[in-house]
Design a protein. Structure first.
Length: 132
């Protein structure tokens, strides 16, 4: 129910229909079609600021990936500033390899970030996540 409220407020502020909203790292990520990305952010990031104030959280607006080819770019935007070495996409698995410190950051306390990222990847790409 809360996600529906987020989407409705996003639609009212940006005048763009958004179908996906994700929680990640105490913030919100909205996925919009690539063509509407700059319009959603707004001139001088006005919409982004309005959304951040309205929700009281860090907001990111990203383009909806068009397929598995955009998976690496999509994941990189979501988990930034955390860096990874490589992403491998197998049949039903997305495998992210990172060094020890970045791996710990990807997991987060009590695996919260891992669970959030896993839920996002399951919804967008219908694949499981593994961090190596």
């Amino acid at each position: 129910m809360q996600v529906m409220r987020y989407l409705n407020l996003f639609n009212r502020i940006t005048k763009i229909k958004c179908k996906s909203c994700f929680h990640y790292n105490n913030g919100l990520i909205f996925a919009v079609p690539y063509l509407f990305l700059s319009r959603a952010i707004g001139e001088k990031a006005d919409n982004l600021r309005k959304l951040s104030v309205a929700f009281g959280k860090k907001i990111r607006i990203v383009a909806i990936p068009r397929g598995l080819g955009d998976a690496q770019k999509f994941i990189k935007i979501i988990i930034s500033p955390i860096e990874f070495n490589e992403i491998k996409i197998n049949n039903n698995l997305i495998e992210i390899s990172a060094d020890m410190q970045n791996r710990a950051s990807l997991f987060g306390r009590n695996k919260t970030r891992f669970n959030e990222l896993s839920r996002i990847l399951k919804e967008v790409f219908n694949k499981e996540l593994r961090i190596v």
